[in-house]
Design a protein around this ligand. Sequence first.
Ligand code: SAH
Length: 247
Amino acid sequence: MLQPRPRLRLFVSVPLIAGQAVATNRDQGHYLSAVMRAEIGEAVLLFNGVDGEWLCRIEALAKAGAALAPQHQTRPQTPEPDLWLLAAPLKRDRTDLVAEKATELGVSRLWPVFTRRTNIGRVNQERMRAHLIEAAEQCERLSIPELAEPVALDKALAGWPAERPLLFLDESGGGLPLAEVAAPGPAALLVGPEGGFDSEERRMLAEKPYARPVSLGPRILRAETAAMAALAVWQAVAGDWKTGPRG
Ligand code: SAH
């Protein structure tokens, strides 16, 4: 009989090898025992971004963490599409939303960039990473998006890899529709802050041979809406559709 899919799925940062028990951290131990009321012997899927996904059984449950025994691999590791999202930091809950949705929509790297009109002073990377992990656990990804060091936009562009098109979401309507420009292969999307890009930035971007303005239509979207819409359009046109969500 086909086994039902386990209801528990967690990211760990240790190797997954048959017969080598994995100790979870305290938060995951609490999640398994107190929140999900898991039982000894129950199945949990683990992934670590390297070894694919493994079916594991709970061997021990304690406040300090759980012990899980890897049984067999359920999915081999596969790469995500090579898609980066550069996004100006937004207010806290909106940044959380972008982190969560960018993970679900398959970005390989999330890169907070400070633009001239960004009015948020710093990024809470720990909080952001927690959102990336939670979203990856929930959406059945096999990897966590890389969280790149937040930097000023011009710093991010210095040393830009020439083979990676930078499609910047331009609310001024100057660019072609994103759906016409998106193509398979390495790519990056750049979304501006609440206040948009200023003319100096548009000029600076226009000079870069790898950068192209793209449009999402005649309406001005909030930055977080623009990020999600752009990722969905890019994935629809250029993403990997060879496999279903479960490989
Ligand atoms: N305050 C600005 C709008 C900023 S919208 C103004 O009034 O003009 C925030 C970001 O979302 C923009 O910088 C852009 O990157 C993106 N965006 C919003 N609507 C868009 C559209 N129709 N096409 C492309 N990008 C868009």
